[in-house]
Design a binder for this molecule. Structure first.
Ligand code: SF4
Ligand code: SF4
Length: 342
């Protein structure tokens, strides 16, 4: 697979990476099979996180004996020295490796947290020391909030930035990506399929490949998913006029009122899984009658009734979504679907 340079890390990564969130839902055998198949297909970049339950451990098993063939990236949500130290040790153990190529601060999405991790005696000092010891090779950051991501880039303390980027959540194209280029910070695009909201896989990847230095890492659960994406790379990647029109059409259809699945609105004081509720329309249109009346979807649709109208989620949403209104719309849609069968 063709390789691109990942900013100032100078790592040469396959133009498609592997995102390790979804393999948490796989059995160990399934997860190992998926990771091995990705490597066979020429993917040399594997991303995971301390927080992704079984992901690191299963990746460790999959790459056993092939450490040199992969660039390993993981991350920590730790915000103290002690957490960073213990998460790094745990990652090395679970992945069964002596070093990690890219270690990232996970979900730094407000300026206060950015200050905390950059404290001279805090988490960044732990990673810089680990870098000197050879336990990690590069330091990156992941974020869901554009202003925080910009400030992080400007510090010149991070070699990569991971941020959601796709043709619907396309805000990074205007300022964030140019700023990353200016600072030679590698740009890793998470959620290239908008967390499952974009069904046209071909269109989603063709859009991202209009930016030759953007490095997409789709989350993969099944072998068929990665095979489908890799097969697209053999085709011309320029967008034709019809595809550009389709992107415009889809953008208009979704407008700005769609959830990017970042979970920055959490914690909800009433423990409502907001992003799951807002994703439900994608499920409602596909489920059969029985799925509407019982099971997980029905349980999920009960949750918004616990909303206390505190409004805290809306203050935290970086996209300023009217979350309560959107949840009501989803529940109304669900009730309307149910009525069709009553
Ligand atoms: S407004 Fe409702 S959904 Fe939002 S945080 Fe408060 S209780 Fe949760
Ligand atoms: S509602 Fe806003 S903050 Fe919450 S997951 Fe969706 S986009 Fe993110």
């Amino acid at each position: 697979m063709e390789k691109i340079r990942l900013g100032k890390t100078n790592l040469m990564v396959s133009k498609l990476g592997f995102g390790g969130i979804p393999i948490q839902r796989d059995s160990e055998d399934e997860a190992v099979t998926v990771v091995k198949r990705c490597m066979e297909l020429g993917i040399n970049y594997i991303d995971t996180a301390n927080a992704y339950t079984t992901s690191e451990e299963h990746i460790g098993k999959a790459i056993s004996g092939q450490r040199d063939a992969v660039i390993l990236a993981t991350k920590s949500r730790g915000r103290t020295r002690e957490e960073l130290e213990s998460h790094l040790q745990l990652s090395l153990k679970r992945l069964q490796v002596d070093f990690i190529d890219l270690y990232q601060f996970h979900n730094v999405s407000d300026l206060n947290t950015l200050d905390v991790i950059l404290d001279p005696k805090g988490p960044m000092a732990v990673l810089e020391n680990a870098k000197k010891q050879g336990k990690i090779k590069h330091i990156g950051i992941t974020s869901h909030q554009i202003d925080t991501a910009k400030e992080a880039i400007k510090t010149d303390r991070f070699e990569t930035l991971m941020f959601a980027f796709n043709f619907i959540a396309c805000e990074p194209a205007t300022e964030l990506l140019p700023l990353a280029r200016e600072h030679d910070v590698g740009f890793i695009a998470m959620k290239p399929l908008a967390g499952g909201r974009l069904e046209n896989v071909k269109l989603a990847f063709k859009y991202l490949y209009q930016f030759p230095d953007v490095f997409p890492i789709p989350g993969i659960q099944k072998v068929q998913e990665i095979e489908e994406i890799v097969s697209l790379l053999d085709e011309p990647l320029a967008l034709n006029e019809a595809e550009q029109n389709e992107i415009q059409h889809l953008r208009q259809e979704l407008g700005n009122r769609f959830c990017r699945n970042c979970d920055y609105c959490q914690p909800c004081t009433a423990e409502i899984p907001i992003s799951m509720v807002l994703f439900a329309p994608n499920i409602i249109k596909d489920v059969k009658r029985e799925g509407l009346f019982g099971g997980m979807l029905a349980e999920l649709m009960e949750k918004p009734s616990a909303c206390t109208d505190c409004g805290e989620c809306e203050e935290r949403c970086p996209y300023k979504l009217p979350i309560r209104e959107l949840m009501s719309e989803v529940v109304n849609l669900y009730e309307a679907e149910k009525r069709k069968y009553q």
